[in-house]
Design a protein around this ligand. Structure first.
Ligand code: FES
Ligand SMILES: [Fe+2]
Length: 413
C-alpha cells in the first residue's frame, strides 16, 4: 500500500478513501504518526489523586503508565520493564510505593530510576535501565501525553488559550464519579467524524437535544428550511445575550477555532443550553447540587472543547463530561467517558450516578450504533468518498483535513 498515493488522492470536502477506515497498514501509520507524534488526551489529574496512584493507558502498541509523584507532579512512563519487557502495571489502576516488576522484581522509584535488580553483574549499570519517560502536560488538570521525543511545540499556545475557559470549572478539584469504556465497531476516525457534527443530532439524540442546541457545533441551517432558519435566529439571539452576560462575569465564551491550522489542533466555545440552561441532563437541571470550583450560578451553559486527534469535553457548572478516543484496531475503537463532579460532592446526597450519566450513556450508545453503521458500509466495495454538507459538516472536514495534513507533514520526504 502506498500511503503517499492515498494521501494525494484525498478529495477535499469529502470523507476518506476506504483504506483509511479499514487497512491495517494505515492503522499502523496512524499509531506511529498521529498517536505517536502528537499530543494525545489520556485522562485527568483526578485519575491519580494521591502520591503513588497509577492509571494505565493503552494506545495500540503503545502502553503508558501515569503516576502521581510524592511531590504531587504527574509523570508518565512506558509501562514496560527494562529487563525482559514484562508489562509493569497489569491492570487499569494501581497504588504503589515503588514500581515493582512482578516477574523478577526489578524495582523503579517514581522518578523512573531502577533502584533494585538482583543477580546482575557487578558492572551492570542501573542508571542506564530506568523507565522510559513519556512527555506529559496538564492543561488545567486535563492530561496529555506525547510519545515523540520531540513533541509539537505548540502545546503551550493551546494551554494559554484554553486555560481561562476551563479554570472556572477547576478540573483539578474534581473526582471521577463515573467512567464507562465503550467499544465502537468502527475506525477511530469514524468515531471522530461522528463527533464533529450535529447533522445527525435532531434525529438520533432525543436525550441530548433536550439540553443541547444543534447550533454551535458548526451547524448552519439549510437556507431552504424556514423552520430551521427561525430556530437558528432564536438561538443566535439567546447566544449573544448569554455570552455578553458570561463575559461580564469573567467567563470567556467566544469561539476559538484552530482545528486544522496547527499541529495541536483545538476548538472551544461556551454555548447556551436549552430549558433551564443548567446542565446536560434529562430535565436540564444540574445533576450535582455542589457546583464546581467556586461557581455560584448553575446557568453557565456548556463549555465545549475539542482537541485533535482524540478528545472532546463538556464543562458545565455542576459537572464535566470528558471523552477520549483510543484506536484498538483498524475497525474497532475505545471511547472512554468520564463524569467529574466536585471532589467534596457526596453520592446519593449531592448527585446520583444515574442522573449524572443518563444523557451521555444514551448518546454514546446511539453514536456507537451510527459509527458501526458507517463502518459497515464504508468497508464495502460500493463505498466511495462522499461530500460533506457545507452547512453542517465544516468541522468534520477540518478534522479529516487536519489528519491528512499531519500525515503529509510526517511522510513528506
Ligand atoms: S521482566 Fe521485569 S524483572 Fe524481569
Ligand atoms: Fe452524535
Amino acid at each position: 500500500m502506498d500511503i503517499n498515493a492515498l494521501i494525494a488522492s484525498r478529495i477535499p470536502g469529502h470523507s476518506l478513501d476506504r483504506a483509511f477506515y479499514t487497512s491495517d497498514t494505515v492503522f499502523q501509520t496512524d499509531l506511529d504518526i498521529i498517536f505517536g507524534q502528537h499530543w494525545i488526551y489520556v485522562g485527568v489529574e483526578p485519575d491519580v489523586p494521591e502520591p503513588g496512584d497509577v492509571v494505565t493507558v493503552d494506545i495500540g502498541h503503545h502502553a503508558i503508565l501515569i503516576v502521581r509523584h510524592d511531590d504531587m507532579s504527574v509523570r508518565a512512563y512506558h509501562n514496560v520493564c527494562r529487563h525482559r519487557g514484562a508489562r509493569l502495571i497489569a491492570g487499569p489502576t494501581a497504588s504503589v510505593g515503588n514500581i515493582v516488576c512482578r516477574y523478577h522484581q526489578w524495582t523503579y522509584n517514581l522518578d523512573g530510576a531502577l533502584i533494585f535488580a538482583e543477580h546482575m553483574n557487578p558492572d551492570f549499570d542501573r542508571t542506564c535501565h530506568g523507565l522510559k519517560p513519556v512527555h506529559l502536560q496538564s492543561l488545567a488538570g486535563l492530561l496529555f501525553i506525547c510519545l515523540s521525543e520531540t513533541p509539537p511545540a505548540d502545546f503551550d499556545d493551546m494551554a494559554d488559550a484554553l486555560t481561562p475557559y476551563i479554570e472556572p470549572h477547576d478540573p483539578r478539584a474534581t473526582k471521577i464519579a463515573a467512567q464507562i469504556d465503550l467499544i465502537e465497531e468502527g475506525n477511530w476516525k469514524v468515531t471522530m467524524e461522528n463527533n464533529r457534527e450535529c447533522y445527525h443530532c435532531a434525529v438520533s439524540h432525543p436525550e441530548l437535544t433536550v439540553s443541547l442546541f444543534e447550533h454551535g457545533f458548526g451547524f448552519a441551517p439549510d437556507p431552504g428550511n424556514a423552520a430551521k432558519q427561525d430556530a437558528a435566529c432564536r438561538y443566535d439571539a439567546l447566544s449573544a445575550r448569554m455570552k455578553a452576560d458570561w463575559e461580564q462575569q469573567g467567563f470567556p465564551s467566544s469561539e476559538i477555532e484552530h482545528l486544522a491550522d496547527r499541529a495541536t489542533g483545538f476548538r472551544t466555545e461556551r454555548l447556551p443550553l436549552d430549558g433551564t440552561g443548567e446542565s446536560q441532563t434529562l430535565d436540564t437541571r444540574a445533576a450535582c447540587r455542589k457546583l464546581l470550583g467556586t461557581l455560584k450560578n448553575p446557568v453557565l451553559g456548556g463549555l465545549s472543547m475539542w482537541t485533535q486527534p482524540n478528545s472532546w469535553h463538556h464543562f458545565m457548572a455542576d459537572h464535566i463530561v470528558t471523552f477520549a478516543v483510543f484506536p484498538l484496531s483498524a475497525e474497532r475503537t475505545l471511547l472512554r467517558t468520564k463524569w467529574l463532579v466536585h471532589k467534596d460532592a457526596r453520592e446519593g446526597e449531592d448527585y446520583t450516578v444515574e442522573k449524572l450519566t443518563a444523557v451521555w450513556r444514551a448518546t454514546n450508545a446511539q453514536d456507537g450504533a451510527l459509527v458501526a453503521l458507517q463502518q459497515s458500509g464504508a468497508r464495502t466495495t460500493g463505498y466511495q468518498p462522499g461530500p460533506y454538507s457545507p452547512f453542517t459538516e465544516g468541522l468534520v472536514d477540518k478534522f479529516t483535513s487536519w489528519y491528512i495534513n499531519r500525515l503529509r507533514a510526517h511522510t513528506a520526504g
